[in-house]
Design a protein around this ligand. Structure first.
Ligand SMILES: Nc1nc2c(c(=O)[nH]1)N[C@H]1C(S)=C(S)[C@@H](COP(=O)(O)O)O[C@H]1N2
Ligand SMILES: [Mo]
Length: 389
């Protein structure tokens, strides 16, 4: 019986391929020429950052991301004064402050120094910030779209610090951008000696203008804002500078009225991107797909629940699993019209477990704004429609 059905399927398939009226247009004549610098297929026009043409914020369409690397043109963008158009031949990097010999470097000088390429996520500490009081966003782009993951190529900051000779009294460094905001952050010097990079490359090409062309700081695992774009100055300091950015923006208000400052490390977090809000599940075999990341190192494992947290199963982690980078996880499931509540929970190599929103709120209250890394989920209804859990 099965054999009969298979034969008739093959007969139909051959008839379809042989029939001249079903040969598609793109097989009838040679295709187009090769663009000098390529763009996505025109059939992918629905894949877009949102909102379009914003000056200061744009969310990455995480549900359309096909691996751990975010396409350069789809990375989230956060700018405090728009995107400057910097001529790299005019750009200079000044390293000064508590150093023996201050230095001004051109992009050419930087290009001649040894470089490394590293894959790291970036996440704005405001990501998922609208969900402190519970579900608010309908799609994963809205709830988690202030995160992306790229390969960054550049010079180790510690190599440059060796060139200038750091004074023993230096404990911090200030990084400042060449945008109209002259955006700056203060960072502990230990990060410079650990894994900070001055990056000019992104996913194999030069940085995109919106990601900091021609030079940005990459402080792996630290909140997005510490990764200063359009980098023009590094100043070695004994104390951090409490600039407007530090005091007005990047502190977390606690329930007792105190504020946490320099909460730089992004704790482990995960999110399911498929199925996710706005999508539809079809009958039969399906895959849960998601991303997990930790600012403290590698993801150790991700657990997924299909029943709102009553039971958990270990997700498969796709390789490579890299420190301070997106890791991709999957779990297969069969859908036969049942209502489902999907959750994901990441654990990193330090043993830190992604908390529930209730656990987070118990410690931090609901006014901290930043650093919401709570467990998040989606509901699959009996129609297959996916919405926020
Ligand atoms: N010079 C400068 N650097 C900046 C910013 C800025 O406005 N100006 N925004 C910061 C913030 S808040 C974030 S979250 C990240 C965003 O990096 P991306 O736009 O490359 O995703 O850049 C940081 N670096
Ligand atoms: Mo940010």
């Amino acid at each position: 019986m099965a054999c009969m059905r298979r034969t008739s399927f093959l007969q139909r398939a051959f008839a379809m391929l042989a029939g001249t009226n079903v040969i598609p247009g793109w097989m009838r004549e040679p295709g187009g020429t090769v663009p000098a610098y390529g763009s996505p297929s025109s059939f992918e026009s629905a894949v877009a950052r949102s909102p379009a043409d914003a000056r200061n914020i744009a969310l990455s369409p995480l549900a359309a991301q096909r691996g751990i690397i975010t396409a350069s043109g789809l990375c989230f963008v956060r700018c405090h004064a728009g995107i400057p158009a910097i001529d790299p031949s005019q750009h200079r990097l000044l390293i000064h402050g508590l150093v023996k010999s201050p230095l001004v470097l051109t992009m050419g000088d930087l290009a001649r120094l040894p470089a490394v390429a590293r894959i790291h996520f970036l996440e704005c500490s405001g990501n998922t910030g609208s969900e402190w009081r519970g579900p608010a966003a309908e799609t994963v782009q809205q709830s988690h779209g202030l995160a992306s993951c790229c390969e960054w190529t550049g010079v180790r900051l510690r190599d440059l610090l060796e060139l200038v000779g750091v004074s023993p009294s230096a404990r911090w460094f200030l990084a400042e951008g060449a945008d109209a905001a002259a955006f700056d952050r203060s960072i502990p010097i230990a990060k410079a000696y650990d894994d900070a990079l001055l990056a000019y490359g992104q996913n194999g090409e030069m940085l995109r203008p919106e990601q900091g062309y021609p030079l940005r700081l990459i402080v792996p695992g630290y909140e997005g804002s510490a990764n200063v774009k359009w980098l023009r100055r590094i100043k070695l300091l004994a104390q951090p500078v409490y600039s407007r950015e530090e005091t007005a923006r990047y502190t977390d208000l606690m329930p007792n009225g105190s504020a946490r400052a320099f909460t730089l490390i992004m704790e482990a977090k995960s999110v399911i991107v498929s199925p996710s809000g706005g999508q539809h599940v079809s009958s039969g075999r399906n895959q849960v797909v998601g991303f997990a990341w930790s600012g403290r190192g590698k993801i150790a494992h991700v657990d997924v629940s299909l029943d709102g947290g009553s039971s958990w199963r270990r997700a498969a982690l796709d390789t490579p699993v890299l420190p301070k980078a997106f890791s991709r996880f999957t779990v297969a499931f069969d859908w036969n019209g049942q209502d489902m509540a999907l959750l994901s929970r990441a654990t990193d190599e330090t043993g830190y477990v992604q908390p529930t929103l209730a656990q987070l709120v118990r410690v931090r209250g609901v006014n901290s704004g930043y650093h919401n890394n709570a467990i998040h989920g989606w509901r699959v209804s009996t129609t297959g429609a996916v919405s926020r859990l």
